[in-house]
Every structure is written in structure tokens, then in C-alpha cells.
Write a protein that binds this ligand. Sequence first.
Ligand SMILES: *Cc1c(COP(=O)(O)O)cnc(C)c1O
Length: 373
Amino acid sequence: MSSPDSLQIPENLLPRDGRFGSGPSKIRSAQIDALVTDASTYLGTSHRQSTVRAKVGQIREGLSSLFSLPEGYEVVLGNGGSTCFWDAATFHLIERKSEHLAFGEFSSKFAAAASAAPHLEDPVVITSEPGRHPFAESRDDVDLYALTHNETSTGVMMPISRPAGATGLVAVDATSGAGALPVDPTQFDCYYFAPQKSFASDGGLWLALLSPAAVERVESVAASGRWTPAFFDLKIALDNSRLNQTYNTPALTTLHLLASQIEWFNAHGGLEFSAGRSARSAEILYSWADASEFARPFVENPEMRSTVVGTIDFTPEVDAALVASILRRHGVLDTEPYRKLGRNQLRIAMFPAVDSEDVAALCASINWIVGQL
Ligand SMILES: *Cc1c(COP(=O)(O)O)cnc(C)c1O
């Protein structure tokens, strides 16, 4: 048995890129190169002028194409990330009452925001234990169903479909799932996300794909005169997005890196390409864990096991935190589990930017560490 501090993982086993974090996540060097190439005419220029507005236009068109959005769907964006979008949704997407599937840290937060909003009725919240997801129940008094494509805190994914018989809007938190999981746009009215996960950019922005019904909801609630802080006003965001702008100044670097990643996905075949990369990585990770004597997938049901964010439990004899810290010393970063889940576990993001060979190398490195301990 060697002392953990002296372990040196052989160079040839290590991943070439050690970024496995669930967000901010790995950014490809080609994205940085493209930013550097454009830097002197793009960075430090006005977001109200054509250079930056063309970039926003490229993002909006690129997302329409990536998600094969049907006629009438619109791409809207604003500052503040997905967390801000929850608050905006409580003002302009929920008319009176929402239903939430809460199965982890993130899905619970939107439910909490809706519960706290004084102008809304108490939401219906359907919960399940971490490690699985609950199912929606359609109800006559619900005008918005809040689903989560991928619960990043637990590594559980759920397929997106309209609850049978539901008339309310379907709003999906796809912050970590968008771009990495297949989705049929006819099954949602609002599919929102932030670019620091599958889109390999930086945080601080939210993007939402809105169906005609969602656009109509935003417009009708705005017309009803409900008081809304301008920053959370989806009508203002919609009007600005149509002009390829945001309400206030966006981070230009974030927009540029995002546009590059969307372009990369689309140039190689779109969502099938990007989701395929994540699926291949997940196949490698879960086959390794299934075969391992000390590791196993935390999510029991293979259909709920995320192909974007993998959570791997370790047997009590192997200290996952120690393994993560040894990896970190070698530049293999952010494999620590979601802190509040409190399990002897590693969490490994497999966003499309991550190379499957690096996931295989990570598994080999973990095997080596555990063999030495
Ligand atoms: C990361 C994440 C969020 C929060 O995104 P921010 O941009 O930091 O607000 C929300 N939901 C899910 C599912 C996430 O993975």
C-alpha cells in the first residue's frame, strides 16, 4: 500500500484533457482559438452594433436548426442564467398554478421559486428520492408543467413528453441536457438552458426555445398588467431577442464561445452528433462501473441513468473523495460528487465537448489509483 500523497498516475493512463466538471465545463481549444482570431474586432465592441448582433443572430438561427424547431418557435435569451429564468418564469410563464417534478437540487429550486411567488397559487410538487425521477400527472388546474431533462445533481435523466391529456404549457429545465440529449420540440413549449454545460461556454446567460403557445402566454400575462421587474420580464426579453439583442449588456465572450459550439454541432450532423458523443462516453463509463468490483452506477434504473452526467457510487472500502483528490493533483478536475447529495461517489460530466477516449482514460486512471491504495 502506497501513501496517497506519493502516488503518481502513469502519464500514459491520464486523460489528455482533465476537465470533467458539470459546469462550467470543458471548452474546446478550437473555440478559444476562434475567439482569439476575432478578438480585436469583436471583444470590446458595442452589443448594439452589427458585429455582436450578428453573433446573437447566428446563435438564434443555429439553435433553431440544431433543435429542428417547428415554424413559429422562437429563440429568446437574456442575462442571469437558468436561475434567473426560474424567477422570470414565475412572472411570465406561469399564469396561476404550476406542477413541478422535484428530484434533486435544481428541480426543487424552481418549485421553491413558484411556491414563494405571492401572485401564484401554491404549486403541485411531485417528488421522488434522489436517483430516480417521478412522473407528471395532468390536472385541470395546472397551467404549466415544470420538467427537468437532466437532473445534474444526481445524474438522472428523463425523456421529455407532454403529460397525457395535459393542456398546460410544458417547460423544461434543460440546463445540462440541452445539446447532449435527444428531444422532440413538439413535446415542449419552453426548453431553457444556460451555455456553461453542453454548450461549452461560460455562465451568466439564459436561452429559451419558446413554442407559439409559450409566446402567447408571455404576451397575454404581460398584457394583463401583472407587475414584473424589468430584468425578469420575458416580454422585454422577447422583444429584444427579435432584434438580436439582450435587454442589458451580455458577456461577449460567452456569446462567442457558445456560437462556436453550436456551429461545431451543426457542421457535424446536429443533435445526433452531439448527443451521440455523450452517449458513447456514457456507454464507456457505465460498462466500466458495471464490471468494476468497487464501483457501480448510483442510478439503479438504466433508463434513468444520465448519458450526460454520470454518478458512480464506490464501495465503503474505497474513499471516493480521496480518489477525486488524487485525480485533482494530476489535473483531472471536478470529479467530486454534488456536495449536498453526501454520497461516497464521483460525478463525471460527459458533455459533447468531452472526448470519449478521455472518459476511458479516466476509468483506467481510477482503476490504477484504487489498485495502489
Ligand atoms: C446548472 C444548472 C442550473 C443552474 O444554472 P445557472 O446558469 O447557474 O443558473 C439549473 N438547472 C440545472 C438542471 C442545472 O444543471
